[in-house]
Design a protein around this ligand. Structure first.
Ligand code: CA
Length: 226
């Protein structure tokens, strides 16, 4: 989910924008002054900033400059001034788009979508888990060992991801069952052993001496730390 920071001193505008953006699936932070907005930007590092030009505390253009010195976060400027000079100054600062007040919140949401798409910012960084020569891409449902694809069943894959996301942590069988099936049926815990056995056969160079998935006797399993 992309996060948007609104820096705007008119509470009603913030309220309307927030509700439209949240309805569109964005997470929204807001600040009502330029200087506090910059602090919020530092703290939240949003995917996009909606920045009012005329702000108390610190002018919108200065906020844009300060952000630009540190990152290329896309910026959409809100401006009540229609003078061309403001637009040009904004362009120099690298603002990605403008909306002139009064505007329709729908239009702002459309601009946000377009700018994020252009910036490639709608796609969150894909998670990749790496341990030794094993590479796991949870979102792509893909596992490779030494660059070779490893075919896993969905349950095996879920098990592997659960373990690999917390290397060194010991999982009880019931926890693994819950993680893979959403619920732990009593008496079914041994099925985890069967899945682990299959996983090892597919992943481990030597399944009898597991390199990745370790057995913790009397407790459960854990993923090797390195
Ligand atoms: Ca203002």
């Amino acid at each position: 989910m992309a996060t948007i920071l609104i820096i705007e001193d008119e509470p009603e505008l913030v309220k309307v924008l927030r509700s439209y953006l949240e309805a569109a699936g964005y997470q929204v932070h807001a600040a009502f002054q330029g200087d506090t907005g910059l602090v919020t930007w530092e703290n939240t590092r949003p995917d996009l900033v909606i920045l009012d030009l005329n702000l108390p505390g610190m002018d919108g253009l200065d906020v844009a400059r300060a952000i630009r010195r540190k990152a290329d976060t896309p910026i959409i400027m809100l401006t009540a001034r229609v003078e061309e000079t403001d637009r040009l100054i904004g362009l120099e600062l690298g603002a990605d788009d403008y909306v002139t007040k009064p505007f329709s919140p729908r239009e702002v949401v459309a601009r946000v979508r377009a700018v994020l798409r252009r910036a490639g910012g709608t796609q969150p960084t894909l998670e990749i888990l790496r341990i030794a020569d094993l590479e796991i891409e949870p979102d792509a449902h893909r596992v490779t060992r030494a660059g070779q694809d490893v075919e896993l069943t969905p349950t095996e894959f879920d098990l592997l991801v659960t373990l690999a996301r917390a290397p060194g942590r010991v999982f009880e069988r019931a926890q693994l069952l819950e993680a893979t099936q959403g619920v732990a049926y009593e008496g079914y815990e041994r099925t985890i052993d069967a899945h682990i056995k299959n996983l090892r056969a597919k992943l481990e160079p030597d399944p009898k001496q597991p390199r990745y998935i370790e057995t913790v006797f009397g407790v459960g399993y854990r993923f090797a730390k390195d």
